[in-house]
Design a binder for this molecule. Structure first.
Ligand code: ATP
Ligand code: MG
Length: 568
């Protein structure tokens, strides 16, 4: 590809709307352009990368025996009403009507459509196992689209759905996808981790996520290699604290703590550590509000809390008026003593003694509080996020925390959709049984952002070679003033293409510095510079995007090096 024909336009300055480096670089390198909130055009350069991701995903899905289909993006409401998701999916679902006022949605996912296919097409266990997949555009009306293509509203997903006659078959199909996903992310050249995950709204049993590791990741991952443990923090369990609380040393006292709305303000005023405080959160319940009590430095886990019987799901914080009604004072001073609503304590509170909590009185806290003496010793539940250093559920090691970007998700759905939609099949004995389903997603467009998030420096993108839009950039120096050089550059360009390499030939009449900067911003792995001086010695200047320095190489050697890298 000739630069002058490629319509590439790079930006020198960082666009203000982009918060994270991958979004900034995708805009600056001209991979994408924004149309509207969460909607992006893939420009020629970006589309090259996207197609490479798709090709690797498609090859590995085919190799795993999955069958490619292409389902409609627009789906009739009736199917979603059968599973109850027309209501349950909430505002993420983009609903619309046709000219006959019939209801449709733009598919955010395709369980309903594929289950409809399965109930019509699959009759006998002999047709199983089967796994259908597609690479297709989804729409989710995300509450906060951000980070460019990482959390967009319209995006490309690879979604796959397996059907089996029994649980053993489903587990087998799931393992095949686990292996295929591992192969995909290895081939993409990304550092990733597989973690246990919450099955969420979609329902079902086992589920795991594939995360690209990056500091800007929206998810926190807890892991411990000694104990072979890896889980999204959303689902990583904490265990009941070992041991007993120490005997009380302090008397119970009520102290004045005006204007201390946060744990930080409280601990500053009373010169305490946050670990010595309790925080009491009032949340909505099925019949009445509920209090959740945690150690001051711990973070409430909304997914765990919403699973407690009596607590509203999804978790909803009570409004200030409700807090005043149940605690008798303004927000910020709630405590467990004297509350007339159900109270749930986190496991970690069990071993606390002489602690501080709200007094349910404006501008007042209690100090020297102890279980057994001042409040009944509570039964505790798992309410908080795990933190670095917590022991693993298996007890063999301690947890480390890393940040990740969810790029893939595999689920054993079981019968949740097939039962609702009456998708059955005849088993070996001639009985009608409900189909067992698995579903498997990959965020194709998100992968491009995640790859950049993991691979960049101050000069721009550093593509893992399998994703690079071009293998090589060829930069001639002063070609517009030397016919000899032009001829040599053209010949080299042709020869590189002949080797099967994707070459970007920077044929612009521009300063070398401008060309170097653009090549680095775009992140092309190999750079060849051809100049009059090198020509005389039969040499080219070579540099890999990850190297700090360039080196002169014999033309032959440089070509061999590129040939080898394109084969690997
Ligand atoms: P998230 O937790 O990030 O919202 P999800 O768990 O709702 O994602 P899934 O239903 O598991 O998403 O979808 C499969 C894959 O599609 C995800 O693993 C992710 O890579 C991708 N994906 C989901 N939502 C988006 C989005 N808004 N923009 C880009 N990719 C997305
Ligand atoms: Mg998911």
């Amino acid at each position: 590809m000739r630069f002058t024909r490629f319509g590439l336009s790079t930006l020198r300055d960082t666009p203000a709307e982009a918060e994270i480096v991958s979004h900034q670089l995708m805009l600056r390198a001209g991979l994408i352009r924004r149309l509207s909130s969460g909607l992006f055009t893939w420009m020629p350069l970006g589309l090259r990368v996207l197609r490479k991701v798709e090709a690797i995903v498609r090859e590995e899905m085919d190799r795993a025996g999955a069958l490619e289909v292409l389902m409609p993006a627009v789906q009739p409401a009736e199917l979603w009403q059968e599973t109850g998701r027309w209501e349950k999916y909430g505002n993420l679902l983009l609903r619309m009507q046709d000219r006959h006022q019939r209801d449709y949605c733009f598919g955010p996912t395709h369980e309903e459509v594929i289950t409809d296919i399965a109930r019509r097409e699959l009759r006998s266990y002999k047709q199983l196992p089967v796994n259908f997949y597609q690479i297709q555009t989804k729409f989710r009306d995300e509450i906060r689209p951000r980070f460019g293509v990482m959390r967009a509203r319209e995006f490309t997903m690879k979604d796959a759905y397996s059907f089996d006659v029994d649980q053993a078959g489903l587990e087998q199909s799931y393992q095949v996808m686990h292996a295929a996903y591992t192969a995909i992310f290895e081939r993409l050249g990304l550092k990733f981790r597989v973690v246990d995950a919450d099955s969420g709204e979609i329902g079902g049993n086992r589920s795991q996520e594939f995360h690209v590791l990056a500091d800007s990741g929206e998810d926190a991952i807890a892991w411990c290699d000694e104990d072979n443990f890896a889980s999204n923090v959303e689902t990583a369990a904490t265990t009941a604290a070992d041991g007993e609380a120490l005997a009380p040393e302090l008397e119970l006292e009520k102290v004045s703590t005006p204007n201390t709305k946060t744990i930080e303000e409280l601990t500053t005023l009373l010169s305490l550590k946050p670990e010595q405080t309790l925080k009491t959160l009032i949340v909505e319940g099925d019949e009445q509000p509920v209090a959740l009590v945690l150690r001051g430095d711990h973070e409430l886990n909304a997914i765990k809390a919403a699973k407690i019987p009596g607590v509203a799901s999804p978790l909803t914080m009570s409004d200030p008026a409700t807090i005043v009604r149940v605690t008798g004072c303004k927000p910020g001073f709630a405590g467990p003593i004297g509350l007339k609503i159900p109270v749930f304590y986190d496991h970690a509170t069990k071993v606390m003694s002489d602690f501080v909590c709200g007094a349910n009185e404006a501008d007042m806290h209690l100090t020297g509080v102890n279980f057994g003496r001042d409040i009944d010793t509570p039964k505790t539940v798992d309410l908080r996020n795990v933190v670095e250093g917590d022991s693993t559920p298996g007890g063999k090691g301690t947890l480390s925390i890393a940040r990740g970007i969810e790029v893939g998700h595999i689920f054993q759905l079981g019968t949740s959709y097939s039962e609702a939609m009456n998708a059955t099949i005849q088993d070996q004995d001639g009985n009608d049984v409900t189909l067992l389903m698995g579903c498997y997603g990959i965020g194709i467009t998100r992968i491009v952002g995640a790859a950049i998030e993991q691979n960049n420096d101050e000069r721009g993108i550093i593509w893992p070679e399998p994703l690079a839009p071009f293998d090589v950039v060829l930069i001639p120096i002063n070609m517009h003033r030397s016919d000899t050089l032009r001829e040599a550059a053209e010949a080299l360009y042709a020869e590189l293409a002949e080797l099967g390499l994707d070459v970007l030939f920077d044929d612009r009449d521009a300063r070398p510095g401008v060309k170097f900067a653009d090549a680095e911003l775009i992140g092309i792995p190999h750079r060849l510079v051809i100049s009059d001086r090198g020509l005389e010695a039969g040499e080219l200047e070579y540099r890999h995007r990850r190297d700090d320095d360039s080196r002169m190489m014999k033309r032959e050697d440089a070509l061999n090096l590129l040939k080898e890298s394109s084969l690997s």
